[in-house]
Design a protein. Structure first.
Length: 230
């Protein structure tokens, strides 16, 4: 299972890509947001790690070429937005036939169901933005939005908002961490830091779920009273 762990480890990707790491990050973010089979690729963790390794001192400590922060800040959100647009287009073009395949190691129907429930629970605009911060849902949300006939113009608007907030916040946070942590000890901080960031990114979604649950539990009766739903 070492190969699977490597695929999920952003430092492995950046080390393997070497001098092409900056371009590699752009390609991975596009694939993770635009191709169904890209759901297993690192997203949040890769962005944070890329931001960290854009620090020259950290990159030298890990014996890799520093990533270009300006290129990342401009190119990565464009790839994230373009990938999501591709996913929406494929969903709108092919409909549910896009998901008409048996379960396998790389495809689980439950991922589609989870994205649909996410879409219905939060509504189109919030779902497209919040899904950016949820692994797997981030990949499947875009074609699901197309299948559920979210208008292309409306999807593009919230796709741009979500893509910019997601990418830029994680890249800049990673760059900040890279400038503050001892380059010799950076490897000890990457995974715990990424886990913390992913956890923080889930807070708005948890709050929204609690809010929706409370609303459902206080449905007004016809006489104006409220009753709890069990």
């Amino acid at each position: 299972m070492d190969w699977l762990w490597n695929l999920l480890d952003p430092t492995w990707w950046l080390t393997m890509l070497g001098a092409f790491a900056t371009i590699g990050v752009l390609a991975i973010i596009f694939a993770e947001t635009g191709l169904l089979l890209g759901f297993f690729l690192p997203g949040d963790s890769l962005l944070v790690a890329a931001g960290i390794f854009s620090s020259a001192a950290v990159a030298r400590g890990m014996d890799i070429e520093p990533l270009s922060l300006p290129v990342l800040l401009i190119g990565t959100p464009l790839c994230a937005i373009a990938g999501a647009q591709l996913g929406h287009f494929l969903g709108a073009r092919f409909g549910r036939k896009l998901f008409d395949k048996p379960d396998s190691r790389l495809f689980k129907r439950e991922h589609v169901v989870r994205a649909e429930e996410f879409f219905e629970k939060f509504g189109p605009a919030k779902a497209v933005i919040l899904a950016r911060f949820v692994p797997i849902v981030r990949t499947f949300m875009n074609p699901v939005a197309g299948v559920l006939e979210m208008p292309a113009k409306r999807f593009f608007l919230w796709n741009v908002v979500g893509g910019l907030v997601w990418v830029e916040s994680l890249l800049l946070l990673g760059h900040f961490l890279g400038s503050k942590v001892d380059p010799k000890a950076i490897d000890k901080y990457i995974l715990p830091g990424v886990f913390l960031i992913v956890l923080i990114s889930l807070i708005p979604i948890i709050v929204e779920v609690i809010k929706k649950r409370r609303e459902r539990n206080n449905i007004p009766e016809p006489n104006g009273k409220h009753h709890r739903v069990h």
